[in-house]
Design a protein around this ligand. Sequence first.
Ligand code: SF4
Ligand code: FES
Length: 355
Amino acid sequence: MTPDAPLALLAELTHRCPLRCPYCSNPLELAKASEELGTDEWARALREAAELGCLQVHLSGGEPTARRDLPDIVAAARAAGLYTNLITAGVTLDAAKLEGLVAAGLDHVQLSVQDAQAEGAERIGGLRGAHARKREAARLVMAAGLPLTVNAVVHRQNLHNLPALIELALEWGAGRLEVAHVQYHGWALANRAALLPTRAMLEEATRTVDAARGRLNGRLVIDHVVPDYHAVRPKACMGGWGRRFLAISPRGDILPCHAAESIPGMVFPNVRDKSLRDAWTHAEAFNRFRGTAWMPAPCRGCAHAERDWGGCRCQAAALLGDAAQTDPACALSPHHAMLREALDAAGETAFAYRG
Ligand code: SF4
Ligand code: FES
């Protein structure tokens, strides 16, 4: 059966990044600049994504502005008819760079923040002076007339600052705030004990978001989803494997999920020798967990199977060593207790940073 068209492509242009967030979702082994796809290869991949049915491209990394050819890549996406969203840490986005991106047709900017105040934010992100540069980046985005989303990654060491993060998003001019709880695979798993929030912290955050949504209706949209370790059912990660999204890594691997390279033993097609359509439709990596036929018990036959698609394959691989098992975030998983044990063991304060 031919799968439906994907909605969006996540284009991971580079793994280079000036920050060192302890929950980074990039692979443990990063691609070198010399291994990255070239401008023409990205332009072809973007055309193929549009022909396949994608409507949007999220230009991400690493830090995508580390690439000098970013305006050419934005222009190629625009020429292909894609809506272009830049996902940036903002610390290297100066006026000249933004002007080039606007001229190339950039549609939207998503700016990450590590905390509400400079001291905490710069300790978490590992870069002095970053917070003020982000504020300036937000000011430039507003001055350019582009819509802005602030992406606040939240965890044990900053969740108490959620009211201030909401104020920051308003002050910086964002129309949307994503309150994004850390996902625990890759580097974040190594820092899990320092990052997992308590149940009481989550409940307070939920009350804060509910109150702010009521108060700020029409001024700021706030996205907030209960994180896996406190949930009863898992999220439909990626909207289901091979259903809505695809990603391309800096080296050109075509992935069903940005973290799919963390699953041992999987082989991915590459844009240098496969078309996106061929990969999306026929590649074993996309078909392996597509739909419900692959599901084991208790997912098989479960009433939620076509709602959450068995949860997250990368999390099952990271926690159970087997991507083909039910996500342990589900209370019906025989391994669900391991999440409670991780919550009980949390409480460290020191982060392990990339070297
Ligand atoms: Fe979802 Fe599987 Fe849990 Fe059912 S058993 S709720 S399909 S993860
Ligand atoms: Fe890869 Fe959830 S992060 S499927």
